[in-house]
Ligand binder design. Structure first.
Ligand code: KDG
Ligand code: MG
Length: 402
């Protein structure tokens, strides 16, 4: 079917989302998530100015060829803006293909490998006591896997601590907030947090933790060792991974499983990490790693080395991305886990979807395409508002990784 029209929709039902809609000659349409937190309009401009003009008149069925055209054809490869734009096109085309075939995308990929996709929730608190209580609430909601984050005594702010309970949203309007960070305090208190959680609830649930890029490799190695008695499902983003070799040092010191990749954009960002088995879970997401077409390539490569998927699913990845992730997770043979940070009711209303949480799993019906839509009228009621993620500095004022 010929692509007749394509356009971007920016909406802010509590936070910003960029969505691409592609319409074919027979009136079918597909949607794709193009949200890049804090840099949303760069992807919108990339799509509006440079991608959409090249799509008009193309055959919507040629998903692979369009992917290659946009990737190779730009000459300038990779990067979060380019790959989020390509991902949005890719998701929308899979959505259209599913609607034309009368099948969900997971059927087109090869069918279900499991009845549901195990997700992890985000329990957190300003101190250990609050975080331990929050874990209890997630257990009561039926979660099998829970990420635990806590404020650190001596620091005003720490990654992952929400104002309320269910919704964690680090992006804020205005210019970026500045937070002070001290890794030594964090390293002293974090093993204690997990001891308290295990003492309170035992070992029947999977526990996860996100270091959010703040440790050096040797600090991460120490934390991994200190957490070993608490049997984590994973330690995430222990150190930045621009230098993939950094993970070798961590791996040599600890058996705590390692996850990384939510900011990766392509297979080239994780090639060595996977090939050398330096990680256990790859966190690349549909929206930031070039869509279903490219994520499938990463997952297949990872499967050769027994690395499993653990896709990013924070609030800045829209319900369109979540629907794509659930389709992907229902199929992918080397599935590990899927992050699920709940969206607010306003966001869920703008993006009606066919996935739901049940007893620790994300479930999906036999609905053609991705099983998600955008209510454009409702979306128009929430205009874009510039917002940024915070930045972090050390006590002496040096910039650090947030
Ligand atoms: O936009 C940045 C967030 O998506 C990120 O901070 C969330 O690290 C994150 C996670 O694991 O959910
Ligand atoms: Mg993370």
């Amino acid at each position: 079917m010929k692509i007749e029209r394509a356009y971007t929709i920016v909406t802010c039902p509590g936070r910003n989302f960029v969505t691409l809609k592609i319409v074919t000659g027979d009136g079918a349409y597909g949607v794709g998530d193009a949200t890049l937190n804090g840099r949303e309009l760069a992807v919108k401009a990339y799509l509006d100015e440079h991608v959409i003009p090249c799509l008009i008149g193309r055959d919507s069925r040629t998903i692979e060829d369009i992917w290659q055209y946009l990737y190779r054809g730009a000459y300038w490869r990779r990067g979060p803006v380019t790959m989020a734009a390509i991902a949005a096109v890719d998701m929308a085309l899979w959505d259209i293909k599913g609607k034309h075939a009368g099948m969900p995308v997971y059927q087109l990929l090869g069918g279900r490998s499991r009845h549901g996709v195990m997700v992890y929730g985000h329990a957190n608190g300003r101190d250990h006591g609050e975080a331990v209580e929050a874990v209890g609430r997630y257990i009561d909601m039926g979660y099998k896997a829970i990420r635990v984050q806590s404020g650190v005594p001596g620091l005003d702010k720490a990654y992952g601590v929400a104002k309320g309970d269910l919704y964690y949203e680090p992006a804020a309007k205005g210019l970026p907030d500045e937070e002070i960070w001290d890794t030594s305090l964090y390293l002293r208190h974090t093993p204690e947090l997990f001891r308290k959680v295990r003492d309170a609830y035992g070992y029947d649930h999977h526990l996860l933790h996100d270091g959010h890029h703040r440790m050096t490799p040797i600090e991460a190695a120490r934390l991994g060792k200190d957490l070993e008695p608490y049997r984590l499902f994973w330690l995430e983003d222990a150190t930045p991974a621009e230098n993939q070799e950094a993970f070798r040092l961590i791996r040599q010191h600890t058996t705590t499983p390692l996850a990384v990749g939510e900011i990766f954009n392509s297979i080239w960002d994780c090639k060595d990490l996977i090939r050398e088995q330096l990680i256990d879970y790859i966190r690349a997401a549909v929206v930031h790693a070039g869509g279903i077409t490219h994520l499938r390539r990463i997952a297949d490569f990872a499967s050769v080395y027994q690395v499993r998927t653990g896709c990013h699913g924070a609030t800045d990845l829209s319900p369109v991305c979540m629907a794509a992730a659930v389709n992907f997770g229902l199929w992918v043979p080397n599935f590990g886990i899927q992050e699920y940070m709940r969206h607010t009711p306003e966001t869920d209303a703008v993006f009606p979807h066919n996935y739901w949480f049940e007893a620790g799993f994300m479930m999906m019906d036999e609905v053609p395409g991705l099983g998600v839509d955008i209510d454009e009228r409702l979306a128009a009621k929430y205009p874009y508002e510039r917002a940024y993620l915070p930045v972090a500095r050390l006590r002496d004022g040096s910039m650090w990784n947030w």
